[in-house]
Design a protein around this ligand. Sequence first.
Ligand code: GRF
Length: 208
Amino acid sequence: MNKLNCLIFISGGGSNLKNIIEKIDSGFLKDINIHKVITDNPSASGLKYAYEKKISTNIINEEYSYEDISMDISENNIDLIILAGFMKILPADFVNNHDGKIINLHPSLLPKHKGLDTHNRAIQSGDKTHGASVHFVTEKLDNGPVFIQGLFEIGESDTAATLEKKVHEMEYQILPIAIRWFGDKLIEKNGNNYNFRGTLEKEPIKYL
Ligand code: GRF
């Protein structure tokens, strides 16, 4: 069986990239290959996780544009594009050309708190719960179909900093599960929704 061939996009610390690499090494993601790590930020510290594993990397700039990424995708039979802490908005034509292949990790319980500063906004809104979501990417920011979420209760002593830490813990669980579903061909985008072919045990989870 061919491995699921992935591109991972990051912009900063890359702890989710690190977690995916660990899950590949531990066998939880045994049929996954990271073809390349791509960033918009040449000083993204998360690039070190790619260097350590000798995974090739590219920086998006005049010499490596979204057209070049698209060429990479078709020449290397890329199955899945994972935005794991990628802070730039993708061009609409890129998103539309790869419809159904791009997923994004977002640090809130979508549809709540699209965009930035989600942890502060959860506190300011008096939310009782917070968490993370994985969704298919569409032209509209943080708006595509959500297919897995992990949530927790916000405690009285929580601050934006503690929420960020708790959200990361959720992300380390849900993103590998999401990727595994692609590897097992359990999930696909269907318009503004998704089809899921898993068994009950593997059904999209809202409450981990
Ligand atoms: C994550 O919380 C992700 O949801 C958000 O940015 C953070 C990236 O963290 N978009 P890291 O770079 O994986 O450590």
